[in-house]
Design a protein around this ligand. Structure first.
Ligand code: UPG
Ligand code: MN
Length: 696
């Protein structure tokens, strides 16, 4: 078989590793200096600053795992088997609340999924409606009607942009060039039909009783399309009762796994968030290049695409794109044993979600324990056998209404009681970030994953673009990862004995990032106050030891700058990312542990903060201009404003003092640090002033 995929090691790998060694030696020098000083004359400020540096150093160490062996991959879809021999793919779209996730936007995602470039009879699209809202079901019906013409149109003309909203927008203009008159007429007609669809959904949703959540309800499963040139489309709203835990998105995904197992049973599933439309219809084929390769197919549990966003501005002051995560980190993990699971834009192997490990003896899977593992449905267990033993035939003979009745049963909220669902089967419930923890546990069980970062983004979603939304997301992720770090699955205890140390370090890093909060608080207060009072914390600028600090500063900032320039970024984006990193680490690092600890002691009810996908015009304008928008985030801003104020007051106060005392040599290190922070903080300051002047 011709090769389906290739991998390239980062060309600068030897240099990177040399740099790691160099930085490590400099760190040793720093701690030699600090510890010596402390032994001779222990003072509180020195003790604190050493503690902060120790935290930075520890996190730096874990961080190097991402730089140890980054790879990039390419696929050759032309070498795939013929369409008739491709395996089935079930697409899962999850939505919850039409107020925050506008139904028309969700339908764009669903329609783009139906239009995937993949044989229609091998494709099925499932929408999980966790809110049980009438408007969602209504929207699905409308979307299917539209797709019945849209999908054939895309296939016939080889349209690449299969999200109708984008196709009909100025961004889709390239697609309209050099087309026949027939194409144009058809396109105009479809455009009108699409507008009608949107209007119908909007009108229907305007009635509050159609768009409010129904959180006490029976299961509702509807097959919305069985026409053969289109994929199977199924609407699923699982049973929900106020007294029974529903496990948020993880619970929704596990329900979809079971329902789809009965109905279409594709060996692979694609999970997308409801705002993440398919921007390149070939992603399924790209993913198959790994799943169908004899070499890699044995132990690959999932193929992850980067999460990318359609609403980013050039400046992206909040770093909403999470640049570092989806370039440096995921590629770094990919060279070890694979990236983490990001929850959207990922193709997963159904058998990996059900088997203990890639090497599990297949005869052990379905012993007498099977109902205890997978629940009581024998029909579901049969569907699993079909996946694991590779025989798909048995199910086809069962009548549809019998299957649908069984689907009702597996979507009920009592189905998972006394089973292994959410533990070793399906998506994990250990923390609310079902994706991260599921990916991590799959890696613990010996599975691998791969990362594919094609030039054309395969999925595009909606990123938060104001301070409040961005920070809420940070706190959500940070607190859950903190909880993972102190749970029985902690990478420091559970992971370390189950995965290679380098790979484990990457998860240690994720669960420890809240420690940046402590380190940044110290580094944002102590040198400042000491500058004001004239207490030096760094060596004199004329002393050789000063060189160690200078080297470490240049080494870490230079590394970051080179990383950004290499990825096509600018000096400006480096500067902005420095700031957003500090903001996120500080705010996340302070609030996330508080939320986590409250939850640990049962003071806070578990709650999933659903991110808002409605972008209002004013926020968007501010974001486009690169201006900070702190609307509605007073509490989250407290630490930031406090540190900024201390910094500015101490900076000018300390300068005043310097004028008289003239101990510039002693204070240069702190003077530099404070100037750097004042410059970096300036736009935040500006944002606060404009908010104040508007009476916010
Ligand atoms: O009870 C719930 C809560 C959420 N969702 C859906 O889950 C998805 C993700 O929720 P969102 O609030 O958008 O989370 P984000 O923080 O934006 O998303 C990231 O973080 C999540 C938690 O790990 C992952 O699930 C996502 O895939 C990942 O993109 C959305 O489609 C929701 O509709 C549900 O179906 N049921
Ligand atoms: Mn999201």
């Amino acid at each position: 078989m011709a090769t389906l995929h290739t991998q390239t090691l980062h060309p600068w790998l030897p240099l990177t590793r040399l740099h790691i060694l160099f930085h490590l030696l400099s760190l040793f020098a720093l701690f030699y200096y600090r510890v010596n000083l402390l032994l001779h004359q222990p003072t509180l400020p020195w003790l604190l600053i050493t503690l902060a540096e120790a935290i930075f150093a520890q996190l730096w160490l874990y961080n190097q795992a991402f730089r140890w062996r980054p790879v990039t991959r390419a696929v050759a879809t032309e070498n795939l088997p013929t369409e008739a021999n491709l395996p089935g793919v079930d697409i899962f779209v999850c939505t919850l609340d039409p107020q925050k996730e506008p139904t028309v936007q969700v339908m764009d995602t669903v329609i783009s999924a139906m239009a995937m470039d993949y044989p229609a009879e091998k494709l099925a699209v499932y929408l999980s409606d966790d809110g049980g809202c009438p408007v969602t079901l209504f929207g699905m019906r409308e979307a299917v009607e539209f797709a019945k013409e849209w999908v054939p149109f895309c296939r016939k003309h080889g349209v690449k942009l299969r999200c109708p909203k984008v196709f009909f927008s100025p961004m889709g203009e390239d697609e309209h060039l050099l087309r026949s008159d027939g194409f144009r007429a058809e396109q105009e007609r479809l455009k009108a039909k699409y507008r009608d669809m949107q209007k119908n959904i909007e009108i229907f949703g305007r009635d509050p009783k159609n768009s409010s959540l129904v959180l006490d309800r029976p299961t509702r499963i509807e097959i919305l399309n069985e026409q053969s040139e289109m994929p199977l489309v199924v609407y699923v709203s699982r049973e929900r009762r106020p007294t029974i835990p529903h496990r948020y998105k993880g619970g929704a995904l596990n329900t979809l796994l079971r329902v789809s197992g009965l109905l279409s049973n594709g060996p692979y599933v694609l999970v997308v968030d409801c705002d993440m439309y398919c921007n390149d219809p070939s992603s399924a084929k790209q993913a198959m290049c790994f799943f169908l390769d004899l070499e890699t197919s044995k132990d690959i549990a999932f193929v992850q695409f980067p999460q990318m966003f359609h609403n980013l501005s050039k400046k992206d002051i909040y770093d909403s794109q999470s640049r570092r995560a989806f370039t440096t980190m995921w590629q770094g993990m990919d060279g070890l044993r694979g990236p983490g699971l990001a929850g959207s834009g990922c193709y997963l192997s159904r058998s990996a979600l059900h088997l203990q490990s890639p090497n599990q003896n297949q005869n052990d899977v379905f012993d007498h324990n099977a109902p205890k593992e997978f629940g009581k449905s024998t029909m579901y267990i049969e569907s699993l056998k079909a996946i694991i033993y590779g025989n798909q035939s048995t199910q086809k003979q069962i009548p549809r209404d019998v299957i649908l009745e069984e689907a009702q049963a597996v979507a009920s909220c009592s189905y998972e009681k006394d089973t292994n669902w959410g533990e070793e089967v399906g998506f994990s419930y250990a923390i609310l970030l079902e994706s991260t923890v599921t990916g991590y546990l799959l890696h613990c069980r010996g599975w691998r994953s791969t990362y594919l970062y094609p030039k054309r983004p395969c999925f595009l979603g909606c990123a938060p673009i104001d301070f409040k939304e961005g920070m809420l997301q940070m706190v959500k992720w940070g607190s859950e990862l903190f909880l993972l770090g102190v749970s029985k699955y902690s990478p420091f205890t559970y992971g370390i004995s189950r995965m290679p140390i380098m790979h484990c370090f990457t998860f240690c890093y994720f669960t420890s990032t809240t420690q940046y909060g402590v380190a940044l608080m110290i580094y944002g207060l102590i040198p400042q106050l000491c500058f004001f009072k004239g207490i030096p914390l760094f060596p004199m600028v004329t002393e050789p030891w000063f060189g160690v600090f200078a080297i470490l500063f240049i080494s870490s900032h230079g590394r970051h700058l080179i990383e950004i320039l290499y990825g096509g970024g600018s000096l400006r984006s480096w500067w902005d990312e420095q700031r957003s990193w500090i903001i996120k680490s500080l705010v996340g690092g302070i609030f996330a542990p508080i939320v986590a600890i409250k939850k640990l002691f049962g003071l806070n009810k578990a709650k999933f903060t659903l991110s808002n996908k409605v972008i209002d015009e004013e926020s968007f304008k501010k974001y486009e201009q690169g201006k900070f928008n702190f609307q509605g985030a007073a509490l989250l801003m407290v630490p930031l404003v406090m540190l900024l104020t201390v910094n500015i007051v101490c900076f000018f106060g300390g300068l005043w003092r310097l004028l008289f005392v003239k101990d510039f040599e002693n204070m240069f290190g702190q003077f530099f640090l404070l100037s750097y922070l004042v410059a970096l903080g300036y736009p935040i300051f500006e944002g606060i002033i404009t908010m104040k002047s508007k009476g916010g």
